[in-house]
Structures are given as C-alpha cells and as structure tokens.
Design a protein. Structure first.
Length: 638
C-alpha cells in the first residue's frame, strides 16, 4: 500500500475551513452537553472531509498461520491470518479522527515447548480531543503489557492473578488530526512444572498507525485518488443533504459518491490506493516526485518515528529478556538446590547396610523357633502321658532305662569321691562329651548362644540327647503309674482318677512349655547372615574361630538378637558413624526402632509365660489349702 500523505495541502485546507471546523466542534459539544440527539444525516452534513483517516494495524509474534480477530462496534468484525512467521496486518480501515474510537483485538493462543497460554483480548479506546489512549483487557496471569504513543509517552503494567490490566497514557501531541502511532508489546507467561516456574512465550508486538486523508478546496493543491484495488465494504445508507455544501467544495454530481455516515465504521478488506498530489495555481504547476519524500519534514518525522519505535521495541524485548533470565536463573537455582539436597541426603552409609544384612535371616529363624518348640513339647507330653513305645510306656521300665542311660553316658568313677568306681560303664564320657552333661545347666544350655538342635528332623545329635536328659532331671517326677499303657484310663470307675491325671499332666506341660521355648530360641537357625554376624564379632576383637564357637555356623534366633541388640552397639565404630548426614542418622533411628519392636515382642511373650506359671502355682497352693479346709469341715461334721 503506497501513500503520499498530506504534505502541502494540510495547512491550506485547515486555514480555509478553520472557522467551519470550530463551528462543528462547538456545535457538537453543545448538543451533546444539552442532551440533543442529532440525526446521522444532520451530523454528516456538518462533518468536514479533512477529518477522515485510514488506520493500519501491524502485528508480529503470534502463532504461525493463526487467526487474529478485530472488532469495532456492532457488526464490524475482521479477521486476518498470520503468515508462517507470525506476522499479520489490518489495512485500509477508514474512520473519522474527531470521533472516539474503540477497538477490540483478540490474539490467538500461544505455546512454547514448556507452556501454553490461552487467548488474549485487548480493548483499545482512543480519545482524540483528550489525546488519551486506554488499553485494557485480559492476558495471562503475571503477564506484562507496555505501550508507547507517538514515541513520546510510554507506560507499562503487569497483570494480576486474574490476568486483567488497564493502562492509560496521554500524549502532548494532538490525535484529532488522524495522525498517530501506538506501539504495544504483550508478553504472556505460563507456569511450567517440576519445579514450578514462570516461563514467557514469544512477545506479541502491535503497531497501530493512523494516516489522515485530506481534501482541500479548488484554490489549494488538489488530491487525486486513483484506485488500484477496491475491496467490498459495508456502507451505511445514503443520507439526504439538509444543507448545501459550500461553493468551494462543490464537485461534479456525476462523479460525486454518496455521503458516508459520520459514525465510526471500518471498511472490511484491504484497500490499496495510490495518491498523486498536484499543486497548481493560475500561472504554473509543480510536480512532487516520490524520491524527494524522504527529504521533506514528513519524511524526516517518519524516520524519527521508526527510530523511536525501534527503541521502544528494543526496550520491551530487553524487559522480556530480563524476565526470561530471571525465570531461568530461578529454575536453575531450584534444580541445583534439589541436587545438593539429594547429594546430602542420599550418601552411602555402612551402618544402614549392617542393619539390612544382619536382619536378613531373622524371620526364617523365628519360624524355626516355633517348630522346635512344638517338637520339644511333644517329647515331654509323651513321657508324662506314658505313650506307647516310649521309655515310660511300661510301669517299671522307665527307671531302669534312666539308670542304664546314666551308666553308659553321664557317669564317671571319680564322682562321689570315687564312690562310683566299678558302677559306671561310661565309655562315651571319656572325651568329655557327655560327662555330667545331664545335670550341668551352665555348660549345656546357659553359655552357648546356638545349640546344634533341630527336633523337627529325623537326626538325633549329641546336644539333643543332653538337653532331653538335662530338662528331664530338672523336672524329675515320675509319671503316675497304674495306667498300663494308658488302656485302664478308659474304665468308668477310674473317671475321677482320669481327671486328676489330666490335671497333673496340664501342670507339668505348662512347665515343659517354658523349657521348650528356651531350647527353641537357641536352636540353630538360618545361615544367610552368619558371615556378617561373625564380622561384627571379629571387629570386637574375637578371632574367626572364637566367633564361630560363640554363635555357630547357623546362628540361632537368640544369637542373632544378641548381635542386633547388644554386640552391635559395643563397637566404637557405630558411634563414629553417627557423625553422618541427618538423613542417614534418621534412617539408623528407624532401623534401631524396628529391632527394639522385635525385642519388645519377645519380652511380651516371656511375661505371658511367667504369668501362666504364677497363676498355676497360685492355683496349686489354693487347692492344697482348700483340701485342708474341706477335711476340717468334714471332721467337725462327724
């Protein structure tokens, strides 16, 4: 679109029509103030032609090939499609420069690799007489808007959480002559995740420029308009002329176009015009070549406007760059902070590994405790109930078998001050494997942390025999004889005796349960963590052989708990390792609490067994006292 704007005709036109312009303005203001509504035909008749102007809107920065909407009033809407670089333009839009102008520009959605920003809406209100430009609307939250008017007045604002903003700017230059330049820059931001940061998208820049269309009298330079391309337009209905035009502005009726309404309107489409300016008088005509345009005052002002506009755009881009840099630095700082926190909290800890490896086999060993406890209980129950194929299955066989077992395994002639010489036949006690092991509680059961005992398999070891003999002597009480192989207990006349027998068996089995639980906790367990437990003992100063003798090749449940609850904390290295990161110290606390819970569970089981033994002891004492009272009452009754 090429224009040759008002160079020489402006002053002359305004000079000839100055009185008319003042009259129109004063009359219009007076009528508006008094509340009189003028018909459009009357207003059109007093509208000077030199107030017509063409507005152009150039924009860049939108999404490629997207659509931008422009509206001004009811039914006045345009759409422009951006090119592949995000540039768009609205051109050839006519309006009256002395009437306030309201425009609404709807920008399309924007997006980048990290964020997406919804559609932005800008409402631009231009007050020509007050030289005031108001820009409001809605953009993204925390987005920024900057405007500049004619390179003189600038203002900016950052939108709030709702995205709404409102900017007012006033310029000392007049806007009513239809020449103005409004520069606006919109920087939308979006929130990116992980970490949460504000990331700006490409800035949208708008240039709204207005060019006045001047018509002068015949005595002044004549402006000829040669249309190159004419787009379809919305034209208001033709109005009747109530007043005659002045003689100086009369035109050929055949060439005269219908008078347009003075209300603001826009021509839809693009209009490209070429204006040729001829200056003539009575004696000569002067031509004005386009090559001399840049050397005129208007051409210089255009260059100055371009320079000021570029400066404003550069300033806006610098502000956007600072916002982008701040967001980038904040994101990098957050990532570096998280990296430092991760490095501090996730350091390798040797103590944490110890808790993990030392407890590897404790669950399996705990299950083996229950199995051995049930098997050892069954041995005592079969003995007391005189089960078939056992040592006490016959009335006189039990004592004989006990004596023969004592003479063959546990007896030595040096006992009882050589009083047993000639009585003992203990060939197995010579290497001190069985000698007095049937009564030596300390060596057989108390000191070893792990016993070579597993009553759930079919193999009978030396320690299994020793433990059976030891606890049989600890609870030495022959079974109640008189029930041959348990058959006579079924007779009806033996019912009371049968009930008394079961009461005795229940009391004995309660004591045997305590013995069985102690033996099962020291029975050999799972060997998955044996190597690590021996390492704990060697760090305390024991040799590898002594560590094996103490806990065995397959540490029992009690041996494993001994390491976890006692031996581990006797190593000075444990306290040195507490000088660790706070996260690792917290992890050690959690592991120690877990082991403490297991120990408290074992302690609770011990208290329950103690409670049962005390209750049975109390019941037996009360039974004896009740029998004495019953016998006394019976004697008094006689």
């Amino acid at each position: 679109m090429a224009y040759r704007p008002k160079i020489f005709g402006k002053k002359a036109a305004c000079k000839n029509t100055l009185t008319a312009c003042r009259a129109v303005v004063m009359t219009s203001m007076l009528l508006v103030a008094t509340g009189v509504n003028l018909p459009s035909s009357a207003l059109a008749s007093v509208t000077p032609d030199n107030q017509k102007a063409i507005i152009e809107i150039h924009g860049t920065g939108v999404s490629p090939l997207s659509r931008v909407a422009l509206s001004a009033g009811k039914g006045q809407a345009l759409q422009a499609q951006a090119d592949k670089n995000g540039n768009f333009v609205f051109t050839g839009l006519q309006y009256f420069s002395f009437v306030p102008l309201n425009l609404r520009i709807s920008l399309p959605d924007q997006s980048s690799e990290a964020v997406a920003v919804p559609r932005s809406v800008l409402d631009i209100a231009l007050d020509p007489y007050g030289s005031m430009v108001s820009v409001s609307g809605k953009i993204s939250p925390a987005g920024s808007v900057a405007i500049n008017i004619d390179g003189v007045e600038a203002n900016s604002q950052i939108a709030g959480q709702s995205g709404e903003f409102s900017i007012n700017a006033r310029t000392p230059l007049g806007l009513a002559d239809g020449t103005s330049s409004i520069m606006a820059s919109i920087i939308n931001v979006g929130e990116a995740c992980c970490p949460s940061t504000l990331v700006p998208v490409a800035p949208v820049q708008l240039l709204i420029s207005s060019i006045g269309v001047r018509h002068s009298s015949p005595t002044n330079p004549v402006l000829k308009k040669t249309p190159v391309q004419k787009a379809p337009s919305y034209m208001p209905p033709a109005q009747k002329q109530d007043q005659k035009e002045s003689p100086a502005l009369e035109k050929d009726p055949a060439k005269e176009k219908p008078k347009k309404s003075p209300a603001p309107y826009m021509v839809l489409g693009t209009v490209q015009d070429r204006f040729e300016l001829d200056i003539s008088d009575q004696t000569q005509a002067i031509s004005f070549p386009s090559s001399s345009y840049d050397s005129t005052w208007v051409g210089g002002m255009k260059k100055l406007t371009d320079v000021v506009r570029n400066a404003i755009v550069t300033r806006t881009m610098m502000i956007g760059a600072f916002i982008d840099g701040r967001a980038t630095n904040a994101a990098l700082g957050s990532v570096q902070k998280l990296n430092a926190q991760t490095i501090k909290d996730y350091q390798v800890s040797d103590t944490i590994c110890k808790f993990g490896t030392l407890t590897r086999s404790i669950a399996s060993s705990d299950s083996m405790v229950d199995v051995n406890k049930l098997a050892f209980n069954k041995i005592f129950l079969d003995r007391d109930s005189q089960d078939l194929h056992t040592m006490y299955g016959e009335a006189t066989r039990g004592m004989v078998e006990n004596l023969n077992d004592f003479k063959a395994k546990y007896c030595e002639g040096v006992d009882a001050n050589n009083g047993l010489s000639g009585y003992c036949n203990s060939t197995q006690s010579v290497p001190d494997k069985f000698f007095n092991r049937d009564v030596d509680y300390t060596r057989v059961f108390d000191l070893p942390l792990t016993l070579d005992v597993n009553y759930s398999d079919g193999t009978l070891t030396e320690q299994e025999q020793q433990l059976i003999s030891l606890f049989q002597n600890l609870s030495l009480r022959d079974p109640v004889y008189g029930l041959d192989n348990g058959k006579t207990a079924q007779r009806q006349d033996k019912t009371d005796d049968f009930q008394d027998l079961h009461q005795v068996l229940a009391a004995r089995q309660l004591v045997g349960n305590t013995f069985a639980n102690q033996v099962a906790m020291k029975a050999k367990g799972n060997s998955s963590s044996a190597t690590y437990m021996k390492n704990v003992l060697t760090k305390l100063g024991l040799s590898a052989g002594d560590a094996t003798k103490l806990i065995g090749d397959s540490p029992s449940y009690e041996a494993q708990m001994e390491i976890l609850t006692k031996k581990l904390y006797q190593d000075p290295a444990f306290y040195a390792n507490l000088y660790d990161t706070p996260a690792n110290v917290d992890r050690q606390k959690v592991a120690i609490t877990a082991v403490d819970l297991m120990q408290e569970r074992d302690f609770l089981g011990s208290l329950k067994r103690k409670e049962m033994l005390l209750s049975e002891l109390l019941e037996m004492k009360l039974r004896r006292r009740s029998e004495e009272l019953n016998q006394g009452v019976s004697a008094e009754g006689r």
